[in-house]
Design a protein around this ligand. Structure first.
Ligand SMILES: C[S@@+](CC[C@H](N)C(=O)[O-])C[C@H]1O[C@@H](n2cnc3c(N)ncnc32)[C@H](O)[C@@H]1O
Length: 438
């Protein structure tokens, strides 16, 4: 295969759809090209050349490449926030309500909202429009049919399942009344006109595949072309590091974050990322894999990189532990923590042990370990997690004190959040401090 041609195709895919192929999606693209070439009895290079000229072929390739993972009630806290706070808040202030699920894949996300409305706010049905959009025609066809597999409904309780789905031959058909509440459209978020006057936008697990420059462009367009004043945007949890933009205020609701369009928009500028050392790229790649629920790929990726110094070896161990934390795998976290114990600094060890207890919801032991870590280093993350543990234990007053300490040490480099955007974190901590907890 001609590498220059392949790179040209990657660039073209990114220009058309925003999807960045570079790195670990290259092998997926290669497999797709190979499949097409075999089917057409042609060579990969011929297929690439044709796709550079033929829009239909290029679109087929893009649609095979994008990641369609989705399921009902994904990131449940966010839907709880939508149900308990956002919908009533919007309904109080606006007559007609428009909700846009951008990058909705097979439709589980907009249908979850339709279910919430039917269940809790049936009187609002006539005032609400829900639009689901995606670049991928196959995904939209599934959405329009409303036919789902066991995988899509894995997070649903039996009550919702029985009320809103009919099961035939292991396929779950969403009920007609819910289907009618959502309109699906093909839409490319990078180039097509945006939907105006939206009160709530969900764009979750879509922008993680895009460059910082395109992310900045899209977030700016949500503000300028789409959201009403005080409208809300949900990204996926963990994507808050994407939001180094002005114009949005993060709010903490039901232990999740939603971004509210604030009245005044200062200019949103794209800051060119600083050149990064290799290991930071590794971390970024791993983050992207974890965000698309590919833990095993993340571990494989990590185990396959060749570390060159003891420093890098240590970083890779820390990263491995973070992967287990991210996927809440306490069994392997404990195992690896014991294995790596003597490679770690004491504060790192105490913090990770604290995370182990935190994930097990043993907040007293978690607090004890976070405290020990903070005694050794003023890392804001150690204070932040002490605050979260105190909050979980119901000690709200002291939680605020520790959120304040986290804020104080925000400027000191953290071992555990080097990629996070400090401004975004600052807003989040401030939000915790100012949040009315009772
Ligand atoms: C991982 S799914 C996310 C689905 C859903 N939002 C969720 O969180 O469950 C990402 C979706 O983004 C879509 N997508 C990727 N690039 C897009 C673009 N340029 N315009 C619109 N949708 C896009 C993909 O087709 C895919 O269905």
């Amino acid at each position: 295969m001609d590498r220059t041609l392949f790179n040209m195709l990657c660039k073209k895919i990114e220009n058309v759809s925003g999807f960045r192929v570079y790195g670990f999606y290259e092998s997926n693209l290669h497999t797709i090209l190979n499949r097409i070439a075999e089917k057409r009895l042609s060579s990969i290079d011929d297929i690439i050349e044709e796709s550079l000229k033929n829009t239909n072929l290029l679109e087929d390739i893009i649609e095979s490449l994008v990641i369609n993972e989705t399921f009902f009630y994904r990131h449940e806290n966010q839907f709880r926030a939508i149900e308990d706070v956002i919908i009533p808040e919007i309904a109080k202030n606006f007559n007609n309500i428009k909700i846009w699920s951008a990058g909705c894949s097979t439709g589980c996300e907009p249908y979850t909202i339709a279910i919430i409305i039917d269940k809790k706010y049936p009187h609002l049905k006539d005032r609400i429009t829900i639009i689901g959009t995606d670049i991928d025609r196959d995904a939209l066809a599934v959405a329009e049919k409303g036919e789902f597999s066991k995988w899509h409904i894995r997070n649903l309780d039996s009550n919702i399942l029985n009320t809103y789905f009919d099961k035939k031959d292991n396929v779950y058909h969403i009920k007609e009344n819910i289907k009618k509440m959502v309109t699906f459209k093909r839409h490319n978020i990078l180039h097509d006109p945006f939907f105006p006057n939206c009160h709530l936008i969900l764009c979750r697990n879509v922008l993680i595949y895009f460059s910082q420059k395109n992310i900045a462009h899209i977030l700016k367009r949500f503000i300028n072309d789409s959201l009403v004043d005080n409208g809300y945007l949900f990204l996926a949890p963990g994507e808050f590091t994407l939001l180094n933009q002005s114009g949005y205020t993060p709010l903490n609701i039901q232990d999740t974050f939603v971004y509210k369009k604030t009245g005044d928009i200062t200019d949103i500028t794209y800051k060119k990322p600083k050149p990064v050392i290799n290991f930071k790229k590794v971390k970024k790649d791993i983050n992207a894999l974890l965000l698309s629920n590919r833990k095993d790929d993340a571990l494989n990726y990590l185990h396959n990189i060749s570390v060159e110094s003891s420093h890098e070896l240590k970083d890779s161990k820390l990263e491995e532990l973070m992967i287990h934390i991210d996927s809440e795998d306490t069994y392997n976290l404990e195992k690896k923590l014991n294995e790596f114990k003597y490679s770690l600094k004491d504060d790192e060890y105490f913090f990770l042990a604290g995370m182990y207890y935190y994930l097990k919801q043993d907040y007293r032991n978690a607090l004890d370990n976070f405290r020990k870590a903070a005694m050794l280093k003023d890392d804001y993350v150690y204070y932040f997690y002490q605050a979260l543990s105190l909050k979980a234990l119901g000690d709200l007053e002291n939680a605020r004190v520790f959120f304040t300490l986290a804020l104080k040490f925000l400027n000191i480099n953290s071992t555990f959040e080097p990629l996070a955007n400090k401004e975004a974190i600052k807003k989040i901590i401030l939000n915790h401090i100012n949040f009315k907890l009772s």
